[in-house]
Design a protein around this ligand. Structure first.
Ligand code: ATP
Ligand code: MG
Length: 354
């Protein structure tokens, strides 16, 4: 198959981990006889420095024509003092919005060989394998008005959703549950928020279309607790933008390192932007220390969700698992046993296992 991939390396460790993921994709192309073409564009701080904007027009145009987009990370202290519309993060929020990438998928899996790397007890983390489906283009992040009033004595943010926005993300979550373990937990705050009460209505309507999925409602505070006391309980979690942001960061402790977590932001027609959950990690940038596995696993998600290449995705995931079982790891995993290697060596080990 022919696929055109846009690379957005971004800032900090973004370029290192993107390069690692590209290498693994090239190995896949070779082994399966696919033809992947790559095109690199700027976003975030790099784009601010070179083009005066966090989201250049040619970047948006290239992404619109791509089959899949792989992003490294954006941001860093260098750009923290800029006015908010000029910050690197605006590039990321902007591209998601402009492409209509409304569904953020974050799988969290406790790799067996890393159970002891989690700050949680091994027996708590064991068996956890969940997917958080977070709504990405609505809610508090985009609602208007958002302003200071009364000379700064008052402030307002707005949590707004249309029914259609709820329907499409909830559909996506039911469909995700169908190809996993058929268990969907819808998370809200329906005892307080009107938006959550409508969310529950939509879930109740939609469940008629997916009779094979067992669905339940859970308040966000209860879900936050259960995630760290009994994570193996969950299969797919679906929730609105802000709750999803918080719960997915919380869930990241199950894996032992931010450097292990992939994510996807997709839309219904399959176009998606794939990126590691971690940020630009300026403290270790350029030192070949960054864990490339989150970016590599993000590339695997691209194969699965945008290209329908399930076998290829599984091969990458199995190779990552194998490398971890052989106890190769980067410094962030904080392991006392095994062999600590650089980011590029770890990426090469993954390709060798494929
Ligand atoms: P952002 O605002 O972009 O989310 P952040 O400061 O919240 O940034 P990160 O940039 O992800 O978060 O960094 C948090 C910590 O985790 C840093 O100490 C960083 O070095 C470490 N870290 C993040 N990603 C990786 C990685 N892939 N490999 C190794 N260490 C990492
Ligand atoms: Mg962060």
């Amino acid at each position: 198959m022919k696929k055109h991939i846009v690379l957005l390396p971004g800032d900090g460790i973004g370029p290192e981990v993107t390069k690692a993921a590209k290498g693994v994709l090239e190995t896949i192309a070779e082994q399966f006889g696919h033809s992947f073409t790559f095109e690199t564009h700027e976003i975030g701080g790099a784009a601010i420095d070179n083009q005066g904007t966090p989201l250049p027009e040619d970047t948006v145009a290239a992404c619109k024509k791509a089959d899949g987009i792989l992003l490294g990370a954006v941001g860093g202290p260098k750009w923290d003092q800029l006015p908010s519309h000029m910050r690197p993060e605006k590039g990321l929020l902007g591209i998601r919005k402009q492409l209509g990438l409304f569904a953020n998928l974050r799988p969290v899996k406790g790799f067996k060989s890393l159970l002891h790397a989690s700050p949680l007890k091994e027996e708590v983390v064991a068996g956890s394998d969940l997917l958080i489906v977070r709504e990405l283009t609505g809610g508090l992040y985009f609602g208007e008005p958002r302003e200071r009033r009364n000379n700064g004595a008052e402030v307002v943010d707005t949590l707004a959703y249309t029914r259609a926005e709820m329907e499409r993300i909830i559909d996506k979550a039911f469909q995700s549950a169908q190809v996993r373990r058929n268990h969907l937990t819808s998370v809200d705050k329906a005892n307080v928020l009107e938006s959550s009460r409508m969310w529950r209505e939509v879930v109740e309507e939609k469940k008629q279309d997916y009779p094979d999925v067992h669905v339940e409602h859970m308040l966000v505070d209860a879900a936050a607790m259960k995630l760290v006391t009994n994570p193996a309980y969950f299969d797919v979690i679906v929730t609105e933008n802000m709750f999803g942001d918080i719960l997915s960061d919380e869930a990241s402790v199950l894996t032992g390192s931010l450097g292990m977590l992939p994510s996807a932001s997709i839309r219904q027609d399959g176009l998606g932007l794939y990126e590691p959950v971690h940020g630009s990690a300026p403290d270790i940038a350029g030192q070949n220390k960054a864990n490339p596995l989150a970016a590599i696993l993000s590339a695997a998600m691209m194969l699965r969700h945008s290209f329908q290449m399930n076998g290829e995705a599984e091969l990458i995931e199995a190779a990552v698992n194998k490398v971890l079982e052989e106890k190769y790891h980067t410094a962030d995993l904080n392991l006392t046993d095994g062999v600590q290697v650089s980011g590029s060596v770890l990426a090469k080990k993954v390709s060798e296992q494929m």
